[in-house]
Design a protein around this ligand. Structure first.
Ligand code: NAD
Length: 448
């Protein structure tokens, strides 16, 4: 058979999932009244609501308060999670409550750093959505506040908790594809919602929305609901496709390789199709140089986001090594094509007599093999898949809640979060300023 496929036995997969969870379950076994973790949600839109929902699946977690600057999302929060919820448009009222242990920050990007820092200074643990910060200059203050206060802070790129990425990490470290020399990742979409054209509620009025608070540190502009409900389209509040999607790719890739970041960043692209007033590109390409570190030799990374892909939704990872390729998409696949046992030749342009002399020598060195079954060279493909229904998002919240209880480190602390956000944000700097950015991933500083 030219191709051999191994599918991991169901029992082994279950074992994989169980071992990934066992450490986190530690804290859950002994849930008593005293071990309840009381959480609040700040920013109750799509992802924040998903985070609150997932967090409450972890035993002992209780959602007690929700803050949002749009009244409709507070009403919706009570519809979903009960009338007993404390709701407010002002997140500082949430932070002032002594009965809240931890907050989830699910606001647009330009509020992440400020609310996370305020929350930690108020004695709360923080689960902050990705990207950890909107501007490279915001990162250090978050890292330092976490160190100073000793609060637990988890950044919300859930791939870092995924058993699929864990398997990829183990395979790479075990040498499954030889020496890594390149990584490619892409994320393609083609529909309006995929390109961030989210619905705008008909009750979006200045009475229902605290517009000035939404703007925060962004320039003051008159009330215009599209800027709130489609904030990703504007650099004042979001981080473009790099902060929205590249950051997941950086997080996943750093977790798998153990790399901490690139030294050089270059990005290009354009606004090609979704000309709806947005000021960020819808086709975006980034190139990154990673230095040798730990077990990895130096390698290059190429990332792509395309919202104008006629082939529709598609995303994935390819880790290219000297002995094979590992892909992450729906599970992890390692593919290997054995190298030729002889080098081959290109002698057609040599004089006839020289060709003959060459061939004589060549065949003496590489005797011809009869084409029989014994010397066929098999391609090898090993495939690993998570069990049906597996959720890395739940694992990521389990990891956070376990850390809130045990005070042990999380998988994605502010240093990890900033090392993923930094190169993503520098991709925007490179694109808008049309230059290559030099980054020191160790100290997390922009060198150029
Ligand atoms: N981890 C993931 O896979 C993932 C997926 C989607 C989004 N996200 C991240 O989650 C965050 C939210 O994205 P979304 O799609 O849910 O956006 P969204 O617009 O649906 O929700 C944001 C909410 O924050 C509210 N808000 C704005 N400023 C506020 C403030 N100062 N105080 C309180 N509430 C405020 C808005 O009214 C809105 O309800 C983003 O940072 C995004 O990058 C992560």
């Amino acid at each position: 058979m030219p191709t051999r496929r191994h599918f991991l036995q169901a029992s082994t997969v279950a074992g994989l999932a169980a071992s990934a969870l066992s450490a986190q379950d530690e804290g859950e076994k002994k849930v008593s009244a005293n071990d309840r973790v009381r959480i609040a949600l700040i920013g109750a839109g799509g992802m924040g609501s998903g985070d609150a929902e997932t967090s409450q699946k972890v035993p002992g977690v209780e959602l007690v308060a929700v803050s949002d600057i749009y009244e409709g999302r507070l009403t919706r929060a009570k519809e979903r999670w009960g009338k007993q919820l404390f709701t407010t448009r002002d997140y500082r009222e949430v932070l002032a409550r002594p009965d809240i242990d931890a907050v989830i920050v699910g606001t647009p990007d330009h509020w992440h750093a400020k609310i996370s820092i305020d929350a930690m200074n108020a004695g709360k643990d923080v689960y902050c959505e990705k990207p950890m910060v909107q501007q490279v200059g915001d990162g250090r203050a978050v890292v330092e506040t976490q160190k100073k206060t000793g609060r637990i802070m988890q950044v919300g790129s859930q791939r870092v908790s995924s058993i699929v990425y864990k398997k990829a990490q183990e395979l790479l470290q075990a040498g499954a594809i030889g020496e890594l020399n390149m990584v490619e990742a892409w994320w393609d979409r083609n529909d309006a919602i995929g390109a961030w054209q989210y619905s705008i509620p008909p009750d979006a009025t200045p009475e229902n929305i605290d517009w000035n608070t939404f703007l925060g540190r962004a320039p003051k502009v008159p009330f215009e609901p599209v800027r709130l409900f489609r904030w990703r389209n504007y650099r004042d509040y979001g981080t473009g496709v790099a902060g929205d999607l590249f950051v997941h790719l950086f997080s996943g890739m750093h977790f798998v390789t153990g790399a901490i970041g690139p030294t050089r960043v270059f990005a290009t692209g354009g606004l090609r199709f979704w000309k709806d007033g947005r000021d960020v590109p819808d086709v975006f390409l980034g190139l990154y140089d990673y230095p040798a570190s730990g077990r990895n030799p130096a390698f290059n990374l190429a990332l792509r986001v395309n919202f104008v892909s006629g082939a529709g939704d598609n995303s994935g990872f390819r880790f290219v090594g000297s002995e094979g390729i590992m892909t992450i998409g729906n599970g992890v696949t390692v593919s290997k094509t054995p190298r030729e046992t002889e080098p081959g030749y290109t002698i057609d342009t040599f004089p006839k007599a020289v060709q003959e002399a060459f061939l004589k020598e060549y065949h003496a060195k590489y005797p011809a093999q009869a084409p029989n079954a014994d010397n066929m060279r098999p391609n090898v493909e090993d495939k690993f898949q998570a069990p049906r229904g597996y959720s890395d998002h739940l694992d990521h919240h389990r990891n956070f809640i376990a850390a809130v209880r045990s005070r042990k480190p999380v998988v994605e602390d502010p240093v990890f979060g900033f090392r993923a956000a930094g190169p993503a944000l520098l991709s925007n700097v490179s694109y808008f300023e049309q230059r290559v950015c030099e980054w020191d991933p160790e100290t997390m500083t922009l060198k150029s």
